[in-house]
Ligand binder design. Structure first.
Ligand code: R5P
Length: 318
């Protein structure tokens, strides 16, 4: 695959989600380039490439998942490494972008960490960013370099279309998820309901308060961008059960699954929990009713198009 503008396609994986990186490489019929990425005893991270990337079109794949700060530093150090080895162009591929919820100064004396992260990625050497389902689309604007934000929307949507569920309603897990849930409902051609949730100021505890829309005797898909501690999803599920719904499906792009998510999901009345592999999910968190859809092919195709200088947007045109 020859790029009109850059050298060879060079895919690298840092350590956060190697299985996804391998899927991406397989979909591009190539192999991940070799690099040692390790920590010294003092936790300083070191990277050494196995071969030159001079003039190459380099993509570094790293999700910013737990341990978040180590994984962010790995990404930054890998960016710096390939830049110093004279890569032709460098794309940071961050299927899951951390700190997405720290994206505005909504109270006095707080940071905008998503912006800080954008600056750090740029300073480290990235020429472009490829990411998925940012918590807030505006985060793209924190970068001065091009950002391709891809959505798992079609992948998730197609999965549910294939299930041919009847009397289906899409439920937004909270008001913030209403717009994306509405689009999801529209794509599935089913009604939308919204759970009105209020979050306590200084904790992960959430409270579901009310449901706007008709859900009784319906099968429901609760839609959100991510499941973190699963407080939002599971309180919505317990709440909807009281409202007399039938089967409940959870649907989200990012399975962050911070404790106590696994326990909460296990105890909640979900028929199925459908997520993608933007976050690598360890075996202990793979519940029997968990379905993981891979974004590997999707990201592979986007990388192919970026490499060849083709439109990415056209992939999603109807
Ligand atoms: C919040 O604004 C997001 O859309 C998700 O609802 C939130 O990140 C989920 O977090 P948790 O699973 O901890 O409730």
């Amino acid at each position: 695959m020859d790029s009109p503008m850059y050298g060879e396609l060079a895919l690298f994986s840092a350590t956060a989600n190697r299985p996804l990186a391998e899927e991406i490489a397989a979909s591009l019929r190539t192999e991940l380039r070799g690099a040692d990425v390790f920590q010294f005893a003092n936790e300083n991270i070191f990277v050494r490439l196995h071969g030159s990337v001079r003039s190459d079109d380099v993509f570094i794949i790293q999700s910013m998942t737990v341990p978040v700060h180590k994984n962010i530093m790995e990404l930054l150090i890998m960016l710096d490494t390939v830049r110093r080895d004279s890569a032709g162009r460098i794309t940071a591929v961050t299927p899951y972008f951390a700190y997405g919820r720290t994206d505005k100064k909504d109270q006095p004396r707080v940071p905008i960490t998503a912006r800080l992260l954008a600056d750090m990625i740029t300073v480290a050497g990235a020429d472009r960013v490829l990411t998925m389902d940012l918590h807030a689309g505006q985060i793209q604007g924190f970068f001065t370099i091009p950002v391709d934000e891809i959505s798992a929307f079609s992948l998730l949507c197609d999965y549910f279309v294939g299930k041919r569920l009847e009397d289906l309603v899409v439920v937004a897990a909270d008001i913030g998820a209403a717009k994306k849930s509405r689009n999801f409902a529209e794509a599935l051609d089913v009604p939308l309901a919204i759970i009105e949730k209020r979050r306590t100021v200084d904790g992960d505890k959430t409270t579901a308060l009310n449901v706007i829309g008709e859900v009784r005797d319906c099968n429901v898909i609760i839609f959100d961008d991510e499941i973190d501690t699963a407080g939002t999803m599971t309180s919505a599920a317990h709440f909807l059960k009281e409202w007399g719904v039938r089967d409940i499906y959870a649907c989200a792009t990012h399975a962050v699954f911070s404790p106590p998510a696994t326990r909460r999901l296990k105890e909640a009345p979900f028929k199925e929990i459908v997520v993608t592999d933007t976050v690598d999910i360890p075996g202990v968190k793979r519940l029997p009713n968990l379905t993981i859809l891979s974004v590997g092919q999707l990201l592979g195709e986007v990388i192919r198009r970026i490499h060849l200088g083709m439109s990415v947007g056209e992939m999603f045109d109807e």
